[in-house]
Write a protein that binds this ligand. Structure first.
Ligand SMILES: [Zn+2]
Length: 387
């Protein structure tokens, strides 16, 4: 009898030790903050809860960097980490925050739009918890997140997710996907409250252009592209043609489907006057048939299995031994953002939004991404925000 009790107690202690040892790195990751140096364009930092009180005091509340121009003009919103396992969006947004000067207009940047997803991971796929960039002043560490919000923050999952307000039936997991919960509602699921906050910002501030920045599998047809609804199509097409001619990279245009609900490129345009765009850069890390999901694969996009699939013409992007490195992905995003804003300004001069000191594709390919992040330890007092 005594021996049995001792065995059970021993097993219970062992199980508790395994839970603590396995859980502590996840807890540390969830609490890890990334310092962001406010660049010369940042006038102030608001919180999403200013537009959606339903996210106040939750992990979903997130920074809204407001970059103001010397001259009034139009307004743009940049959203990144809608899917927090697509870091090229986060990095493009942070390069804008740390470097941009706004000559005209206002730019709202939300670098970690799904803040719960940004503190989540995908243990079943062996995701790295962090990735690191070399900068001129040392190594900068970022959290690698997951596509969806954590069930710790939005639970339980429904059997079927019923989209609001169209009542379209979607997969249960999309209840935690902030690119299925647009346009959201003030008292709905936590992720519906997050998208409602962005919708309210877009409506209240009369935003002209909304750009949602992503990455996508190379085996998925909607990759390396700009997704645009009818009203944004002309500007998307002109931007795609211009970057191809002037900067030498491809990004085709995909029409936003009318009948597939909940997506930013559909709902923002249907529920506000803004022109929405969604940018996809090819992200080999996200493809299923790759080797281990390492930080190296995330950064350089090189994978032998994808290379052999490319030779069989099964990828939707050109792919060779050079992979699809992070600097190309971030560079494409930055050039496309600048080009979309420029094309919008040509059509609407009084509402134009003019950014300077934002690097473009060729700059990123030449210098890498780390070059554009500044040393928080050397930043002026009060100009560092934790993200
Ligand atoms: Zn995405």
């Amino acid at each position: 009898m005594k021996r049995e009790v001792l065995t059970k107690a021993g097993l219970a202690v062992l199980a508790a030790a395994l839970i603590v040892a396995g859980g502590l790195p996840l807890l540390r990751h969830r609490r890890f903050d990334v310092p962001v140096v406010m660049g010369p364009g940042v006038a102030r930092v608001e919180r999403l809860s200013a537009y959606a009180p339903g996210v106040a005091r939750t992990i979903a509340d997130t920074n809204v960097f407001v970059l103001e121009g010397r001259e009034p003009g139009g307004k743009a919103v940049l959203l990144a980490n809608t899917h927090a396992n697509e870091p090229e969006g986060l990095l493009a947004a942070l390069v804008v925050v740390e470097n941009a000067v706004v000559e005209k207009g206002t730019v709202y940047v939300i670098p970690t739009f799904n803040a719960s997803g940004g503190r989540n991971t995908k243990p079943g796929d062996g995701y790295p918890l962090y990735f690191h960039l070399q900068t001129d002043w040392g190594t900068k560490t970022f959290r690698m997140g997951n596509r969806d919000a954590s069930p710790l923050d939005q639970w339980p999952d429904p059997d079927v997710y019923i989209h609001y307000p169209d009542r379209q039936l979607l997969s249960y997991i999309d209840a935690r996907n902030t690119n299925r919960t647009w346009p959201g509602r003030p008292n709905g699921l936590l992720m519906e409250r997050v998208t409602y906050g962005a919708m309210e910002l877009i409506r209240r501030e009369a935003v002209d252009v909304a750009i949602d920045i992503h990455g996508a599998e190379t085996m998925f047809p909607v990759t390396n592209c700009i997704v645009a609804p009818e009203k944004s199509m002309r500007i998307a097409t002109l931007a795609a043609l211009t970057v191809k001619a002037a900067e030498g990279f491809e990004s085709h245009v995909e029409p936003s489907p009318v009948s597939f609900r909940g997506l930013s490129h559909r709902e923002i345009g249907d529920h506000a006057s803004a022109l929405p765009f969604l940018l996809e850069a090819p992200t080999p890390f996200l493809d299923q048939p790759t080797g281990p999901k390492t930080e190296k694969l995330l950064l350089d996009g090189r994978d032998p299995f994808l290379l052999s699939l490319a030779k069989k013409k099964m990828l939707f992007v050109p792919y060779d031994e050079s992979g699809w490195p992070l600097e190309k992905r971030v560079g494409q995003h930055l050039s496309l953002i600048l080009e979309i804003l420029r094309q919008f300004g040509k059509k609407n001069p009084e509402r134009s939004i003019v950014l300077k000191d934002v690097p473009r594709y060729a700059d990123l390919v030449r210098n890498g991404v780390g070059r554009y992040f500044h040393d928080p330890a050397a930043a002026p007092k009060g100009r560092v925000v934790m993200e």
